[in-house]
Design a protein around this ligand. Structure first.
Ligand SMILES: [Zn+2]
Ligand SMILES: [Zn+2]
Length: 356
């Protein structure tokens, strides 16, 4: 079978690799169909493994952690059946550390991620634990691959304790930010989305944002203050990874409000610590997703598949995965979700790039 193998930093080649064979105990074999490319993939691809947990052997590695697949061998599990389409929760926690015991396996310091520490979806067959597969019914492959990024948004809002009717500001309208807008609006919140790219602000509106904004200077605070009648939003979610957003979020949020940080960054920013006691705000980190979040993400994506379809901007076949990565890393402004199609036949995979 064919696999896109990241052999060493910056070097991805299509290789013939051996099949997994029949499913081993507790595992299932799936046939990937669509794999979303995500900003976190670039760290491993470019050799920036310091951002990834643990000192492990990362190369060679088959990447891909946003996976839609069809079960071809359910092994000894009855959770899923042969032929069923599944989304893959890529997290394999250790099960014994404090976060695992506390029901928060998503921050297990020893977790392994499919597509990062274990081979992922950018290959024609994949073996994963039965606990990782979630049936998605008649959801299409692109939307199924979007369940994983949607689960990040679901988890962030759970961390932020969002409730219906609240006003929330979401910084960043990339795939995670847009999924956060969607999940918050679906939960009955009123959402203001902040992003510099007009096309992304338009998508945020389509996914349920009441207002969109981009004002790098003082204008943004004013806009948000007006929108919330001077009080400030009860929840601010930062998904952009821009270190400078957190100080703005802390100033903007309502007293007794919450700020959730999802965006990854190795940068730093100057904060005014006095704002914390002054307003008694909660500043909360959010990482990955639990199995419960993942199940909720399957429901969220299923219920909103029509508007989510607008996010899949570019498709590449497996044979052109390296090109897809380079294209994604060049951050073209019209790109939102770039998808690699695997095993999906010639018609779909041979379309020129940039269509749809
Ligand atoms: Zn991702
Ligand atoms: Zn653990």
């Amino acid at each position: 079978m064919l696999a896109a193998v990241t052999r060493s930093p910056g070097e991805m080649v299509i290789e013939d690799v051996s099949d997994p064979g029949p499913a081993r105990a507790g595992n299932v074999i799936v046939r990937p169909e669509a794999v979303g490319i995500c900003g976190s993939d670039f760290h491993l691809f470019s050799g920036d493994v310091g951002a990834l947990s643990g000192a492990r052997d990362f190369y060679p590695r088959v990447q891909g952690h946003e996976v839609s697949a069809v079960v071809i061998d359910p092994g000894d599990t009855d959770i899923v059946a042969e032929g069923e389409r599944v989304a893959i929760w890529p997290l394999l926690p250790c099960g014994s550390c404090y976060p695992c015991r506390a029901g928060r396996p998503n921050v297990c310091p020893r977790f392994r991620l499919v597509g990062v520490h274990l081979d992922g979806g950018l290959q024609q067959l994949l073996e994963v634990p039965a606990s990782a597969v979630f049936g998605v019914g008649d959801l299409d492959p692109d939307c199924t691959a979007f369940v994983e990024p949607a689960s990040i948004a679901v988890h962030a809002l759970a961390r932020g304790r969002l409730t219906s009717g609240e006003q929330a500001v979401v910084f960043g309208a990339g795939p995670i930010g847009l999924a956060t807008v969607l999940a918050a609006a679906a939960a009955g919140a009123r959402v203001l989305s902040v992003d510099p790219i007009p096309a992304r602000r338009d998508l945020a509106k389509r996914l349920g944002a009441e207002r969109v904004a981009w004002a790098p200077e003082a204008g943004l605070l004013e806009t948000v203050r007006d929108w919330t009648h001077g009080e400030g939003p009860l929840l601010v979610v930062e998904t952009s990874g821009e270190p400078g957003v957190l100080p703005q979020a802390v100033e903007m949020v309502s007293a007794a409000g919450r700020v959730v940080v999802v965006g990854m960054s190795s940068g730093s920013a100057a904060l005014r610590p006095g704002a914390f006691p002054e307003k008694e705000i909660d500043v909360i980190g959010s990482s990955c997703a639990t199995a419960e979040d993942f199940l909720n993400a399957v429901r969220l994506v299923s219920a909103n598949r029509a508007c989510i379809a607008a996010l899949f901007s570019h498709h590449f076949p497996l044979a052109r995965t390296a090109e897809a990565f380079e294209f994604a890393m060049s951050r073209p402004p019209d790109a939102v979700k770039i998808v690699v199609t695997v095993n999906l036949g010639q018609l779909k995979t041979h379309r020129p790039e940039g269509d749809r």
